[in-house]
Design a protein around this ligand. Structure first.
Ligand code: GLN
Length: 190
């Protein structure tokens, strides 16, 4: 997982519980040999600036465009993946997923909330923790919506790119990490 800033340690523990080898990515060369990259929650402006400064975004873009890397952005990481960020058009980001992501969409005062989400493909609800979360307010034609909170999209997939508004690493529920490993191992096709 991208380890520039944010909640990457929790993701690492989840991956290790699933028997996957997890690597902390801080430089482009750390991507070598990886099949998947999780971009954690944190502060999307900081993650975006550091990833650009270290050349990680260009290296990730090359691998994604070659069909060679799955990427999962959680919360701030989903903002990093988004083609559009309303009100923050200049914010550095990867920008390869056809979604618009509105930062802090659920109000700055009521910063956090939790909800049992119905997720496409999961038989039981997923307990989701939202922390100053973004909402996915637009999805392109190639994007599959996997979960909603009200009318806002909070989990979506485009090929081997996955974006979630919430923090799936905080509840001990391994199902979405397992789904991502399947994407990274090319076991899920669109
Ligand atoms: N509000 C943060 C941002 O806009 C994201 C919050 C999070 O990742 N928990 O970058």
């Amino acid at each position: 997982m991208l380890a520039l800033q944010g909640a990457f340690r929790e993701h690492k523990q989840m991956l290790e519980r699933l028997g996957a080898e997890a690597v902390e990515v801080r430089k482009p060369e750390h991507l070598a040999g990886l099949q998947g990259l999780i971009v954690p929650g944190g502060e999307s402006t900081t993650i975006g600036k550091l990833a650009r400064e270290y050349g990680i975004d260009a290296a990730v873009a090359r691998r994604v465009e070659a069909g060679d890397l799955a990427v999962w952005g959680t919360c701030a990481g989903a903002i990093w993946l988004a083609r559009e960020i309303p009100h923050y058009p200049e914010q550095p980001r990867l920008g390869l997923m056809d979604i618009a992501v509105e930062r802090n969409a659920f109000g700055r005062q009521v910063a956090s909330f939790e909800e049992d989400l119905e997720v496409e493909g999961l038989d039981k609800p997923f307990h989701a923790v939202f922390i100053r979360a973004p909402a996915i307010t637009w999805v392109g034609p190639g994007v599959e919506v996997l979960a909603y909170h009200g009318k806002d999209v909070v989990l979506a997939r485009q090929g081997r790119l996955l974006a979630s508004s919430f923090h799936p690493e905080l509840t001990g529920d391994l199902r979405l990490h397992r789904l991502f490993l399947d994407l990274a191992n090319n076991l899920v096709t669109s």
